[in-house]
Design a protein around this ligand. Structure first.
Ligand code: C5P
Length: 225
């Protein structure tokens, strides 16, 4: 039998990272943040001054990039070509530019392959935009996390502040809405909520409540398998 996958998709700030990590910890599953991979490649292109219009160069760059993800003392680490980029990839400049990288099919295919490898060895909780639709269409559980735009902006603001990054609420909101728009409407692997997803609106729920909801879905499904 294939290893277990809990796919968690949803827009920015819907609580994916927090919830996914806690669920993974409780179930002793591997946690994988796929957004970090798109961010890492975006950062590399920015550092190398590769124009985002130059698809060929970007694809070539992606083919020659090593990305390692792991949890270290409760911190999610992203190592790109041997360098720790965990914090740098969270900057708004990077967030804004991810849509270029995310819209290139050849690059997505490279990342899909890396993402699918995790399941060969581990049960995983994987979060992103296309985990249930493209990476693991056969995931045993697919969750779509959502929240109101106001709540999502508030969360992102606090998250950035905690990392020592100061951004205005207005700027975060504008960029988040633009990013949602692009993620939901792009041609390749858009963020969609299929009929086989459990939909959870986290706006008025505590973190514990959301985690418990996911765990109870897991227990239910597990008993039926
Ligand atoms: O999840 P996070 O906000 O870090 O993702 C950054 C960006 O990476 C998203 O806005 C999206 O454009 C892209 N992404 C994607 N597919 C994924 C994960 C992230 O296209 N599975």
């Amino acid at each position: 039998m294939k290893n277990f996958v809990i796919a968690i998709d949803g827009p920015a700030g819907s609580g994916k990272s927090t919830i996914s990590r806690l669920v993974a910890k409780k179930l002793n599953f591997l946690y994988v943040d796929t957004g970090a991979m798109y961010r890492a490649l975006t950062l590399k292109a920015m550092k190398k001054n590769i124009p985002f219009q130059n698809k060929e160069k970007l694809i070539d760059m992606a083919k020659n990039t090593e990305i390692e993800l792991y949890d270290e003392d409760g911190k999610f680490k992203v190592i790109m070509d041997g360098e720790d980029v965990s914090e740098e990839i969270r900057k708004e400049e990077v967030s804004k530019n991810t849509s270029y990288i995310a819209s290139i099919l050849e690059i997505r295919k490279i990342l899909w392959e890396m993402q699918r490898k995790f399941r060969e060895k581990y049960n995983v909780v994987m979060e992103g935009r296309d985990i249930g639709s493209k990476v693991f269409p056969d995931a045993q559980i697919k969750i779509y996390l959502d929240a109101s735009i106001e709540e999502r902006v508030k969360r992102r603001y606090s998250q950035l502040k905690e990392m020592g990054i100061e951004e205005s609420i207005e700027k975060i909101k504008k960029e988040m809405m633009e990013r949602d728009q692009k993620d939901k409407n792009r041609e390749i692997a858009p963020l969609i909520k299929g009929d086989d997803y459990y939909y959870i609106d986290t706006t008025n729920l505590t973190i514990d409540e959301v985690v418990e909801t996911v765990i109870s879905i897991y227990k239910n499904i597990k008993d039926r398998l």
